[in-house]
Structure formats: C-alpha cells, structure tokens
Design a protein around this ligand. Structure first.
Ligand SMILES: Cc1cc2nc3c(=O)[nH]c(=O)nc-3n(C[C@H](O)[C@H](O)[C@H](O)COP(=O)(O)OP(=O)(O)OC[C@H]3O[C@@H](n4cnc5c(N)ncnc54)[C@H](O)[C@@H]3O)c2cc1C
Length: 618
C-alpha cells in the first residue's frame, strides 16, 4: 500500500524548492546528521556557485519563461542600448557556444572581444555539473551530458581534446563505472506495486541486454500473468529467421518500416502485457516510446531482443559501453573550455584536476576580460544591422541591446525563428523541424550504498515508473576525483528517463511536445514523491529509511534535450544539402549557426564540429 507523504519523509529533510533556485544549501544541511560533515571543507555558498544548487535544475525555473513568452507573441520594446561592442556575440554557453568562442580566438586572435549570452544560471548547457557536499566528502554526478563517444570523433574534435589535455585512454583506464553492467552488484528489474500489484525485485537479471545462456527461469518471478511469462520465455528461446527468402534490401526495408512492438507481436509472439515491460526501455537512451522505434533501430542500434528471430543469435553480445567519462560527465569539458577562455575563473586548472576545481563565478563577466560570459540572459532578438549585428537580450526583466561584428547562434534551433525574424521562411521552417527530445536525470544522494549492496543491485530497470533506469554513480576516478566502487559512503543514485506522452498521441513530434508539457507541468514535490516512493518500495526491505537516508535531490529537467536525429518511421531521405538541419544552419549575413542541432545528432563531438564549421563560415 502506498505511504503518505509524511511517512515517506516529504518536507522533513528537504524543503520544497519549486521556486527559482534552491532556498539554500544551509537549509539542506539541516538534514545532515550532526557531525557527519565534520573534518570537511565548508560548504560552498549556492548563491555564488550554481553546481551545488539542488531542487529543480536543468531547465530550472527562471531560465525559460522569457523564451516561452517570446514564442507566445511577447514583444520586448523599450530596449536600453549598452555601451558595449564586441567582435563576436555567441548565443548559448553550451559546449557548442564555448567551442565557437575558442575557435574564434584561434582564428582571429586572443584579443578578440567576445560576449557569450546564456539563459541559465550556469554555463555548459546540457553538460551540467551536479555537486554535492551533504554528508561529508564532495560527490559529483551527471546533470546532463554523460559520455565522450571518442570512436566517433573527427580530427577537429581530437585536436580540441589534445588542446584541453583530455586523454580518453587514460580516462578509460581509471573508470570502473559501466552503468552497472559489470559492477560487483548486478543489474536487476524492479516491478512496483502500483503498476504490477506487488513490489518484486528480480536480481541479477536484465531483459534489455539479454544474451543466449541467460537463465529464462528468472522470468517466472515476474508478477505478470502466466501466459505473458511464457510468451517472454518463448521469445528468448526461439531460433529462427523470419527474413528467410528475402533479399538484403527487402529485409532492410521490412525492419526499417515496421514499428518494433509490431515486430515483437508478429514474429516474437508477444501480447500486450509482455510488450508493456519493454514499453519505456528506451527512455533516457533514445528518449522515446518503444512505438517510435523501427525494428531495425531496436535490434541493431539499441541491442533490444529479437536478433534470434532473424537468424543472428551468434551476434548477440553482452552490454557494455566503452565511452570515456568524467565524474560530472562532459561538464568537465565545458569547464576546461571556459577555463581556457577566462583563465581567472580557476587559475592552474587542467584536465588532471578539473573535476575538483572550484570555479569563481564572479570572474565570468568582467569588463577587463576579452571573453565575458553573461548568465541569466535570454536572447530575444538578433538582426543584421549595418556592418554587424544587434542582439537584444533580457536580464532581470530588462531588455538590453548590444552590438557585435558577428554572431554565432549556438542555442536550440527551434527558437531561432523567433530570435531571428529576418530569416528566409524556408530556413525558419527547417529550424522548426528540430523538436528536441525531452529527458529527465534526477540525482538522489543516498547516505550510503548499504541497502543496495545488501540487495546485490547496482543498476535497476523499473518498467512501471517515471524514471525507467536507476544506476549507482561511482567508480570514475579521474580529473583529480576519486570514488571507487568499493566506497560505502554517500553515493549519488541516478534516476534516468523520459516522461511518457499520452498513449493516444501518435505523430512523433507531438509525442515529444506532450512529454515536454508534462515535464514542465510537474512540480519538484511531484518528482520528490516519485523518487521517495520508489526508494521506499525498492530499498525499504533492505533497511533504507526514506526519512533519513536521502541527503539531497536534484531533478535535472531537459525539456529540450537531445538534438532530433532522423528516424526510420518518421523521416524521409533528403537529397544532399536539402535536409532540414542543413537548410536550418545556412549563414545569414553576419549570423552563423552552431549547436548539436546543426548536425542533427545529439553528441558532444557534433556540437564541437558544428561550432568549428560555423566559425569557419564567418
Ligand atoms: C540528459 C542528457 C544526456 C546527454 N548525454 C550525452 C552523452 O552521453 N554524450 C554526448 O555526446 N551527448 C550527450 N547529450 C547530448 C548533448 O546535447 C550534447 O552532447 C551537447 O552537450 C550539446 O551541446 P550544445 O552546445 O550543442 O547544446 P546545449 O548544451 O543545449 O547548449 C545550448 C545553450 O543555449 C542556451 N540557449 C537557448 N536559447 C537561448 C537564448 N534565447 N538565449 C541564450 N541562451 C540560450 C541553452 O540554454 C543552452 O545552455 C546529452 C544530452 C542530455 C540532455
């Protein structure tokens, strides 16, 4: 039976933070057992150091309202003109915007005056750092962008990594973390009472990266009907090739044209109850519902079950993702870039100590520095004017105008038609095409890993819950930071997922918009109740106490998450140069376009490549 808010500890240790910013780490510190933080440096003040803010982060309250008002028809007149003129203005302080500033200096000299405008209260964009001190030692976690997928790097990206001193091979050597797949504790599936009628934890088991030889008997523990269990077992046991007699082209067309759930129904013999278990398994990864994926995308790009139905049993391998990762994800890349642009933010910092470097945010926007980063500044208008550009942004509710010789738009593409009204209609339509994929990344700092160790779990799949996957985040010993897998102290548990749109919404982009509305409509207390309920049901039997064992909760909402990538079931093939992302990023006078959206691919290396391309177009 579900517990009351009071029983779950709502409002006891962590005050409501549904409003602009955290009300203060000091308040949160009240939750820490007296003496637990003794012997550690004093907590950083969240007023001057955004990475320690908890509550609603990612697209935090205060970051998007101006942009949404613009979308809804607001006009920002009565603009005050600032007496500032730059060589370059960059819109967006994500990795693409920071890289653009870096390449501009490389090309035009270190004296170039650059202003980077960013609507959030922190730089890095999706590359967001979550830093915790509750409970004693510094604990870092992912607030957004996780991995360096180095096997896809271009020469340009490799060169930047070298300049920043990032050695991915070394990082790999110092990584024990593997999303819980090779951890001492194994993966597990947790069925919750609200969805399945009872709480049931099935340990040492995963369906999503199932491989031959894995026991099918575990499926008998699933709290679903006997026929649904038999269907699942049959699916995994089958050895057949339903593509027999088809040419390669016919096979490809069939798999790319068929929704994956239909493939499971038709060839795998699954009914709706069995399919439900997979329904949200790509939340966080592709960030979409199962029904949005083709069979080809599910089988070949996601490792989902079914290769044994097309005669490829031998090719099924275990999971494991060989990416390189900093302990705050690619926030370390953003920080290294920023430190190169404004050395005074963290003198003496390099890739070997970046993870623990304390940045001085007071240095971000100093008139004496050639590069300035202005946070909490939402750009609302960018136009070519005379020999340069005029950029209007809103800060503290006041619209102000600045001028520059050139401008790189490194923000989301879907907002560009509102920011740049003079763009050709064809280009605006191409920019509207980019509907980003919403993602949710909630960090819960647990007092210790004791309950999870007791249950022998490290990564948990929750087919019935808001966050589909949970993983313990430790075992990344790089950038001067260390929390080994064996560490039993405070540990971030990452809740990772997306929010399902209503089942009757069909077109993919409408699904994404509905998911975004849902995400923004929920309050911090909704997310908090969810994680407390899950932890109570999952870890409660192992002695976890939601009233005392949760030290902090940070909900990173990304309503505009991954860049949209073309998908089998929803997009056609375009002739070279005519794809929406190519039209969207055509230069317009002194204005050029970067961001991962410009590459239609949701990766850090793409954000960097697009920054380079944009600066070379200036
Ligand atoms: C949860 C999550 C996990 C991810 N994991 C990975 C991963 O593991 N590996 C990987 O390679 N990629 C990952 N990504 C993809 C990620 O998008 C890219 O790697 C990269 O960080 C994108 O950088 P960007 O600069 O192009 O965009 P962003 O990071 O989105 O930066 C754009 C910036 O522009 C700002 N902006 C928008 N409008 C305005 C305006 N009007 N005025 C001022 N500023 C504005 C935005 O607020 C934002 O800060 C992940 C993304 C998310 C959300």
């Amino acid at each position: 039976m579900s517990k009351s808010d009071r029983e779950l500890g709502m409002g006891r240790s962590i005050p409501r933070r549904d409003f602009i910013h955290d009300t203060g780490l000091a308040a949160l510190g009240l939750a820490v057992t007296p003496g637990l933080s003794a012997g550690y440096p004093p907590l950083p003040n969240p007023a001057g150091y955004p990475p320690v803010r908890t509550g609603l982060r990612g697209s935090h309250p205060g970051s998007y309202e101006v942009a949404h008002a613009l979308r809804d028809g607001a006009h920002f007149s009565e603009t005050r003109s600032l007496d500032e003129v730059y060589d370059l203005i960059v819109v967006g302080a994500g990795i693409s915007g920071l890289a653009a500033a870096h390449y501009f200096r490389q090309r035009f000299g270190k004296d170039a005056r650059i202003l980077i405008l960013e609507n959030h209260d922190d730089f890095g964009g999706h590359a967001k750092r979550n830093e915790f001190h509750q409970g004693g030692p510094t604990r870092l976690s992912l607030g957004g962008t996780h991995n360096l997928e180095y096997w896809q790097f271009s020469d340009t990206v490799w060169a930047l990594m070298r300049e920043l001193g990032i050695d991915v091979k070394r990082m790999r050597r110092h990584m024990q973390f593997d999303y819980g797949y090779n951890a001492p504790n194994g993966p597990a599936i947790w069925f919750d009472e609200e969805t399945y009628g009872e709480d049931r934890l099935v340990t040492n088991y995963t369906l999503e990266s199932w491989k031959p030889g894995m026991s099918l008997a575990c499926i008998d523990q699933f709290p679903i009907s006997a026929p649904a269990r038999e269907q699942l077992k049959h699916l995994f046991a089958m050895r057949t090739n339903v593509l027999d007699g088809k040419t390669d082209e016919e096979a490809r067309a069939l798999l790319a044209g068929m929704p994956y759930p239909q493939f499971l129904r038709r060839y795998g013999g699954l009914g709706e109850e069995a399919i439900q278990i997979f329904q949200t398994c790509q939340h966080g990864l592709w960030g979409v519902e199962l029904r949005a994926l083709s069979a080809a995308e599910a089988l070949f790009d996601s490792g989902l079950p079914g290769l044994n139905l097309i005669g490829k049993t031998d090719e099924i391998e275990g999971r494991g993702y060989p990416a390189a990762m900093f302990p705050d994800g690619n926030a370390s890349v953003a920080r290294l870039l920023l430190q190169r642009l404004i050395p005074k933010v963290a003198p003496g910092t390099d890739a070997r100590n970046i993870a623990l470097a304390r940045f001085d945010y007071a240095q971000l926007d100093q008139p004496s520095s050639p590069v300035r980063v202005r946070l909490e500044s939402t750009v609302v208008n960018v136009v070519n004017a005379g020999e340069g550009v005029e950029v209007t942004y809103v800060k503290n509710n006041e619209p102000v105008r600045v001028r520059a010789r050139q401008c790189v738009m490194a923000c989301y593409h879907c907002i560009l038609p509102y920011l740049c009204p003079d763009l050709p209609q064809e280009q605006k339509e191409a920019q509207h095409f980019q509907v980003k994929i919403p993602l949710l990344l909630t960090n819960v700092l647990l007092r210790s890993s004791q309950a999870m160790d007791k249950l022998g779990i490290n990564r948990i799949s929750c087919p019935g819950r808001m966050h589909r996957s949970l993983f313990m985040f430790k075992g990344i010993n790089t950038g001067g930071y260390e929390q080994r897998m064996e560490d039993k102290g405070p540990v971030p548990l990452v809740f990772w997922g997306s929010l399902s749109p209503p089942a009757d919404v069909y077109p993919l982009k409408e699904q994404l918009r509905a998911s975004r509305r849902r995400m923004l409509g929920l309050q911090f207390s909704d997310y908090e109740r969810e994680v407390r309920s899950v932890l109570d049901g999952l870890l409660g039997p192992a002695g976890f106490d939601t009233k005392n064992d949760i030290l902090a909760i940070t909900v990173n909402r990304w309503p505009h998450g991954y860049a949209y990538e073309y998908m089998d079931l929803w997009d056609k093939d375009y002739p070279p140069g005519q794809a929406p992302h190519e039209i969207a990023s055509r230069p317009h006078g002194k204005i050029v376009f970067a961001n991962a959206d410009a590459g239609a691919s949701a990766y850090t290396h793409v954000a960097i490549d697009e920054a380079y391309r944009a600066v070379m177009q200036l």
